[in-house]
Design a protein around this ligand. Sequence first.
Ligand code: MEV
Length: 321
Amino acid sequence: MSVTASAPGKLLLLGDHAVVYQRPCLVTAVDIRVRVEITEQDTDTLDILTPELTARGERRTIPLAQLHQERRRETAFVEAAVAHVFEKAQQQRALRIVTHSAPRSYGLGSSSAVTASTVAALAALLDLRLDQKALFDLAYAAVLDVQGTGSGFDVASAIYGGTIYYMRGGAVIEPLDVGDLPFVIGYSGEKVGTVNLVKQVARLRDCHPTVINPLFDLIHTITDQGRDCLLRRDWAALGDLINIHQGLLDSLGVNVPQLARLIFAARSAGASGAKLSGAGGGDCMYALVDETSCAAVKAALRHAGGEVIDQKLHAPGVCIV
Ligand code: MEV
């Protein structure tokens, strides 16, 4: 028997970093999909094939009895996801797992998408009949196993898709009926490690709690007001909130020149709001545009050295394909 699942990437709209500290965030799913194909086989091993390993003529083979031992970097999220589903199912199977990802993920959540797809495909193969929250709990536990940290917003986005209002650990996961989103994504060209930036912000908060905690409270207010703006499609007010949020992320020290160039280029070309998305340090930013500014903003982002990522937003969550 064979099952394939696919899951989207994500774009964090509001709440970056503050979501690690029990404040909410807003995230939309991006249709850059990861696919995971799981087939039962007649061995006593788990064989994992990823584009990266296959390009080197390699594969990861783990005897089932050793599944909980040391994980290999390239397949760690798949290994952790399988271990959690096996534990939930109270059974193990010999499997061949093939992952297919887009050629480039732009820091838009390929690890969470591969984890979500693996959990969903394996749960279906074992006929576990789990709802979205149960899939989320398994996938989030797997991501925490590998990364040791993270709010889980990216996992929730991969599972639920669409646009959601989220609080750490899945305490709140509220799908929002927002329709088309007028955002343009720009990639800075630099891929970054989220964990180090989260640690950098944690250090700042440890040193200056009375400054940084109120700053997170402000991001919370912006996220709540931004949610209302999105729902009533009040783009002018949302643009202001996005720009104020960017200022607060600058205060946290996570902006970098290559992102700042894109943000200012987008605003100068007519975007009513522009901010980085995610941990900062590189990866992506997004701009709020309208029909008259959209083409000029895309041109300005390219001229400033960025890559425009033309992918559908508010994309469907994990599904069996
Ligand atoms: C990273 O993409 C977003 C952060 O808020 C970390 C997290 O939520 O896990 C910085």
